[in-house]
Design a protein around this ligand. Structure first.
Ligand SMILES: Cc1cc2nc3c(=O)[nH]c(=O)nc-3n(C[C@H](O)[C@H](O)[C@H](O)COP(=O)(O)OP(=O)(O)OC[C@H]3O[C@@H](n4cnc5c(N)ncnc54)[C@H](O)[C@@H]3O)c2cc1C
Length: 367
């Protein structure tokens, strides 16, 4: 009999949630993590008394009652409503698009009826055009003014490609809200862990053996030999030395600055939607939890091409990459390894989705 029932590679929210479920079921679990901490890309560090999101701001939102009840039973959460703003040449607009945005753009628009009429007028000249690209879809669904002010340059900065070429699938779910309501998410629950995401992942991992600072891929055979089954939440192509090809990602460059100011922008997230500013957004960390400090810390985010070795953040879901990811998945399953999490399944998953995936995978494994 092997020393462990399960080996889980990665102590991000996927690995930590799966470890929690399996350990609670009485299984012997070993977690390997190559970094010196858990929480994966949700990892935070405290500076100047402020919890800083090291790889992109993370706001927890979900309508999944089981997931919400699990995370809030692990560590206290503080309510937070995400109401980002867009800055276009110094003019501020509400996001996501709602009655506030429409009124800010067209002051004569006050009611839902006004807004629908205005949008119909804006879109009228573009009916029947090709909706396969972001540009075509936007012109025929939201019209040229909203498109130019809030979508075009932001999306081009994000993807490094022209909206006239980008596939409209990335924008088709863009919500239009006909209420005066700036709450970005539609979910029932929203907040952030008061002590940070590391506290959440550590609580999930409490009682589980975790080895930090070890790269599973440097000695796959040895680690797999310790457990009956392996679950892997690292990059799926790295598992096979990229032998069938490398999966593509978009990444972000983060530029952090500590300022001798109590407050820089008066809110947590400001998006920059024109093309004269190279960054896509500025995050001011203290506003997520209402932390008090005489200084403040901001991070400018720039979207960037991914190259191996950089943080793999957003999968590029085209035919080639999706085909390659499913080929790697088959190869992993053949070796008796279950791929999981955002990197193992090559998907963009919100935190609640990744915890849901871990709970579902765990139950399947136990059944
Ligand atoms: C920029 C950005 C912002 C986001 N903001 C939000 C948000 O506001 N709200 C939201 O709900 N979701 C957000 N998400 C999604 C969220 O980050 C993910 O759902 C979640 O972090 C995925 O967890 P994971 O465990 O699958 O992956 P990860 O957090 O990437 O964890 C994988 C772990 O595996 C480890 N690992 C990898 N390879 C090996 C190896 N060979 N050996 C040992 N360990 C290994 C890594 O070090 C890492 O700790 C955001 C994502 C991004 C990219």
């Amino acid at each position: 009999m092997k020393e462990y029932d399960y080996l889980i590679v990665g102590a991000g929210l996927y690995g930590a949630s799966l470890a929690y479920l399996l350990r609670k079921a009485g299984k012997r679990v070993l977690v390997l993590e190559k970094e010196g901490h858990s929480a994966g890309i949700c990892h935070q560090e405290r500076e100047e008394g402020i919890l800083v999101h090291t790889r992109g701001a993370h706001i927890f939102h979900t309508s999944d009652e089981e997931v919400w009840s699990l995370v809030t039973s692990m560590t206290p959460f503080r309510p937070y409503i995400n109401q980002p703003k867009a800055n276009y040449h110094g003019r501020l607009f509400s996001m996501p698009f709602n009655m506030n945005t429409f009124h800010q753009l067209w002051p004569e628009v006050e009611t839902e009826e006004d807004a629908r009429r205005k949008l119909a007028e804006e879109c009228a000249p573009y009916q029947g055009i090709d909706e396969g690209t972001v540009e075509g879809w936007c012109l025929s669904h939201i019209g040229p003014t909203l498109y130019e002010t809030l979508v075009k340059h932001y999306t081009e900065k994000q993807w490094g490609r022209s909206c006239a070429e980008l596939d409209s699938s990335i924008i088709r779910r863009l919500p239009l809200r006909f209420r005066y309501d700036d709450n970005y998410f539609n979910d029932a629950f929203q907040g952030l862990p008061e002590q940070g995401y590391d506290a959440l992942s550590e609580a999930l991992l409490a009682g589980t053996k975790v080895v930090y600072g070890v790269d599973f891929l440097e000695n796959k055979g040895k680690w797999m030999g310790l457990a009956e089954k392996t679950i892997y939440s690292g990059p799926i192509d790295a598992l096979f030395g990229y032998s069938a090809g490398t999966l593509s990602w978009r990444t972000l460059k983060f530029e952090k600055e500590t300022l001798d100011l109590e407050d820089f922008q008066g809110m947590a997230v400001m998006n920059y939607t024109d093309d004269t500013v190279p960054w896509t957004r500025i995050v001011e960390h203290k506003h997520f939890l209402g932390e008090r400090s005489s200084r403040t810390i901001i991070t400018r985010e720039y979207s960037d091409e991914w190259t191996p070795g950089r943080d793999a953040l957003y999968p590029v879901k085209d035919e080639r990459n999706l085909g390659l990811a499913s080929r790697y998945k088959e190869m992993a399953l053949k070796e008796g390894i279950l791929p999981g999490g955002r990197l193992g399944t090559y998907q963009y998953l919100d935190m609640d989705d990744v915890i849901r995936l871990a709970l579902d995978d765990g139950r399947k494994i136990l059944s």
